[in-house]
Design a protein around this ligand. Structure first.
Ligand code: HEC
Length: 196
């Protein structure tokens, strides 16, 4: 009897220690300063998996649905202007062989070059890209444009990216033109004309 009890006690002790070991290791890893904090550090164990799965599943649940074919050439041209002014500084320009912007490489995760073959998001439904533009991506350099752009602008730039591998010539041209920053007349620093 006594022997059985002591077996049980040892089993319970082992079980409790086993259950505690994992959370204690995680807390220790974080509090002892072992976890990476710099954008240049290699990823934590499972970091990509956790971040990628959480993002993917949340977006699949919430992304609005819309057909990319419902966007006109004028929408795509408007999207190109939005892109140049708000996105190109991180996601790169349309010029062939243009190197990725320096800040794109300094982030963790790096900003994908959305107009290059490797970085395009043409496989994603337009609503998924819209969700990212609207909400941004947590713990990354991707800002939320929820309050920065109008709803139509967010859709236009998302449609541009969804169609990036088969853009009409007008939208391609709009992407190549130098961005125009239109300032309000009389605003401080304004020279009263479009400037770069
Ligand atoms: C300050 C830099 C920055 C700006 C400006 C920015 N982004 Fe991003 N964006 C990022 C980073 C960094 C990521 C990668 C995030 C990740 O992998 O979790 C990203 C990711 C994305 C993705 C997901 C790409 C993929 O492969 O799934 C899309 C789509 C996107 N951005 C669109 C835009 C659009 C459209 C704009 C402009 C309206 C924009 N971004 C502006 C930094 C930026």
């Amino acid at each position: 009897m006594a022997k059985e009890e002591s077996l049980w006690a040892r089993f319970l002790l082992g079980f409790v220690l086993g259950v505690l070991a994992f959370p204690l290791t995680v807390v220790g890893y974080l509090t002892l300063g072992w976890a990476p904090a710099a954008s240049t550090a290699p990823p934590m164990p499972f970091e990509r998996y956790i971040a990628g799965t959480a993002l993917h599943n949340r977006i699949s649940r919430e992304a609005p649905r819309r057909e990319v074919s419902s966007f006109t050439t004028a929408d795509l041209v408007a999207g190109a202007d939005i892109y140049k002014q708000n996105c190109a500084m991180c996601h790169g320009s349309y010029q062939e062989a243009a190197p990725a912007p320096a800040i794109a490489k300094g982030m963790y995760p790096e900003a994908p070059q959305l107009l290059t073959a490797e970085g395009m998001v043409t496989d994603d439904p337009v609503g998924v890209t819209y969700w990212k533009v609207q909400n941004g991506i947590r713990l990354s350099g991707m800002p939320s444009f929820g309050r920065i752009l109008k709803d139509q602008q967010k859709w236009d730039v998302s449609a541009l990216l969804a169609r990036a591998n088969m853009l009409p010539a007008e939208a391609q041209q709009a992407l190549k033109n130098t961005p125009r920053i239109v300032r309000a007349p009389g605003a401080a620093g304004s020279r009263g004309k479009d400037e770069n």
